[in-house]
Design a protein around this ligand. Structure first.
Ligand code: FAD
Length: 300
């Protein structure tokens, strides 16, 4: 049978979930509900993002700490180079390591002024993702993931420059790349071919963004260079005031994308959860991943 119709694929597929640090108690409660629901799916790891200009350093650390003490999950800490000296960044990495973190997602980050502003590295800081990877690997034998851009990063002149940066990250010790979200699987597949031709062999894990709010996603896509195909916009057209249908359509679209990636032989997925469990849980269910009982977060 087709790959996506086989009943044994769940055993082979690995998933990870991305969260952002909650801004207040209510959001923290909601994140913990999400974590409690997703933990039984036994993700490879869960990652926690790092805000612009290091603004969420404490909140990222607190979230990571709670995951470590209150669940059986393995957290990965996102790190950026924005507005920080090399010493500052190294200190944050050591702090995370002292909490028990062994996985990092290393990023250059965006200017605190906002996406679209020209990036200026801190004069005493790391200037890009590749330098940060090297720094983290010098501090310890950590697993370091990096970003990858199937539609190239908006600041990259062309694909060759973009993939050259990925190559530098791998040369400095990156062990996995997670892609920016995308909606056209052909673009992802073409990108992976380009990456392999450049002699890069680490996993290029598709980052999947289930669409909780199409208007917001379309807006964000325009800023980060993700193409929103006309067919996708058409499917959400007219649903602005119909959240129920919007949610069903979003689930169908995410399912279509994920199952098509399975057909293409993909066995590792990273879900941008937006701190919500439903769509990520449903996508895992579709690809054969079933909850294991008796996890720590549920008991806590
Ligand atoms: P890099 O890999 O250093 O560079 C990206 C590309 O830009 C390169 O391909 C390179 O060709 C080009 N480039 C870099 N510098 C220059 C230059 N000086 N001139 C010309 N071209 C250049 N942001 C956060 O703030 N916090 C997060 O937690 C976070 N998590 C993310 C997780 C994932 C999986 C992804 C894909 C992105 C994440 N981001 C996060 C967003 C990311 O910080 C931005 O996309 C940022 O603009 C680039 O960071 P990077 O590490 O990809 O950059």
């Amino acid at each position: 049978p087709r790959l996506s119709r086989r009943t044994d694929i769940g055993d082979r597929i690995k998933v990870s979930f991305e969260f952002f640090p909650p801004k207040n108690d209510e959001m923290e409660g909601r994140l913990w509900e999400t974590i409690t629901r997703l933990e039984p799916l036994s993700p490879q790891y869960v990652s926690v993002t790092y805000g612009a200009g290091g603004s969420t350093r404490e909140r990222t650390a607190r979230t990571i700490g709670r995951i470590l003490t209150g669940s059986g999950l393995k957290p990965a800490a996102h790190m950026t180079c924005v507005d920080a000296t090399r010493e500052d960044v190294d200190a944050v990495v050591r702090d995370f390591a002292s909490l028990g973190v062994t996985r990092f997602v290393a990023l250059r980050g965006d200017p605190a002024a906002g996406v679209g502003e020209a990036y200026r590295p801190h004069p005493q800081g790391y200037s890009n993702g590749a330098e940060l990877v090297g720094a983290i690997r010098r501090i310890g034998d950590f697993e370091v993931s990096v970003s990858a851009y199937p539609e190239k990063h908006p600041e990259s002149a062309d694909f060759a420059t973009d993939i050259d940066m990925l190559k530098r990250k791998v040369d400095n010790g990156a062990t996995r790349a997670i892609t920016q979200f995308f909606f056209d699987n052909d673009l992802y597949e073409r990108y992976v071919e380009r990456v392999r031709r450049a002699g890069i062999y680490i996993p290029i894990v598709p980052g999947v963004l289930p669409i909780h709010n199409f208007a917001q996603v379309a807006n964000f896509s325009a800023r980060c260079g993700t193409h929103v195909p006309a067919w996708l916009a058409e499917r959400f057209a007219g649903l602005e005031k119909d959240p129920q249908t919007h949610a069903l359509v979003a689930a169908a679209i995410a399912a279509e994308q994920v199952l098509d990636l399975v057909e293409r032989g993909i066995e590792e997925f990273h879900f941008y959860t937006m701190n919500r469990a439903d769509l990520a849980f449903a996508m895992c269910h579709l690809i054969g991943i079933r909850p294991q009982v008796g996890t720590a977060a549920a008991a806590a």
